[in-house]
Write a protein that binds this ligand. Structure first.
Ligand code: F6R
Length: 296
């Protein structure tokens, strides 16, 4: 696990965006696992900027989203489908045929079949190369709430009262927040070849502490990422507040060999600063600088 504590959310988002861009340069038909919510918004904004200004090309990429609310049509303003199109897909050149999200309208007996097909679709695409994650204040990843099986696959889950409360600002009233979601399972997430988890603000500090330094337990599903061979945790100072080994995490990043910089915003040479990516050649260069990270 690599923990990168950035000075600001904006800096962490640029770091994440550069890692995704580097993957797409290296593998234009990359398969991305995507998240909704507040945490990845800055990443999507930066990727849109790179697409417009630097020619970052998504035309061969495939995307799978983590989750969707049960009962919401894709056009519903609070659906995750709507979120992804308005905040990201509408502004890049992704092929709509390669965009996959769990259905919010599948019901009853069809749910299980849908979930199996979603898993099969991920496998058919060759598996997820990089999974973007936020973390719930209760430690969920995707909508795998505390107590979720750490081996779970895509399925229907019931949100906790706390998560419904946390997500209420995206709805007119809390009564409108669905109780159920379809979410990739913890096992589905763990199958991704790399994982980028982002967390910002004091409300995430406790969950981040449990994820990075706590015991691995279904009581805090994100803690399973300690078992992932290539998990990168991107934080701001506030969300890192409960970590006891902050100095060591900084030390690791500051003393990486240049070729190992997976957290591109922290290059010792200074050459990889977030403002230094104006052109496709720079995107290519980012690939060179984002090889194997010190992530286990
Ligand atoms: C969203 C998702 C959730 C969120 C988490 C954090 O697709 O799967 O796990 O990542 O609830 O949400 P924010 O980023 O809004 O704090």
């Amino acid at each position: 696990m690599e923990v990168a504590i950035h000075a600001s959310e904006a800096e962490a988002c640029r770091d994440a965006a550069r890692q995704i861009a580097a993957l797409i340069c290296r593998k234009p038909d990359a398969v991305l696992g995507l998240a909704t919510g507040r945490s990845p918004l800055g990443v999507y904004a930066e990727l849109i900027r790179m697409h417009r200004n630097d020619g970052l090309d998504f035309s061969r990429a495939t995307t799978f989203n983590l989750d969707e609310y049960v009962g919401l049509r894709p056009s519903h303003p609070s659906s995750y489908n709507h979120f992804m199109w308005t905040n990201f897909f509408d502004h890049i050149n992704v092929n709509p045929a390669r965009v996959f999200l769990p259905s919010g309208t599948v019901e009853g007996r069809d749910v299980e079949g849908f979930c199996q097909r979603y898993e099969a679709e991920i496998a058919r695409a060759g598996g997820i190369d990089m999974q973007i994650l936020g973390i719930g204040s209760d430690g969920h990843i995707g909508f795998n709430e505390p107590g979720s099986s750490l081996a779970s696959r895509t399925r229907i889950k019931t949100l906790t009262a706390r998560t419904r409360q946390d997500n209420a600002p995206y709805f007119q009233t809390i009564e409108e927040v669905p109780y159920h979601v379809i979410t990739m399972g913890v096992g589905t997430i763990m199958d991704a070849r790399s994982v980028l988890l982002m967390a910002f603000g004091t409300s995430k500090a406790k969950a981040v502490g449990g994820c990075v330094e706590g015991a691995i337990s279904a009581a805090l599903p994100a803690s399973i990422l300690q078992m992932h061979p290539r998990a990168i945790i991107l934080l701001d100072e506030d969300s890192a507040d409960c970590l006891s080994r902050k100095d060591y995490y900084r030390w690791v990043l500051d003393h990486k060999p240049a070729w190992q910089h997976s957290s591109l915003g922290r290059s010792r040479s200074g050459e990889d600063g977030p403002s230094a990516i104006p052109a496709p050649e720079r995107l290519r260069k980012a690939v060179d600088g984002s090889g194997t990270g010190n992530t286990d």
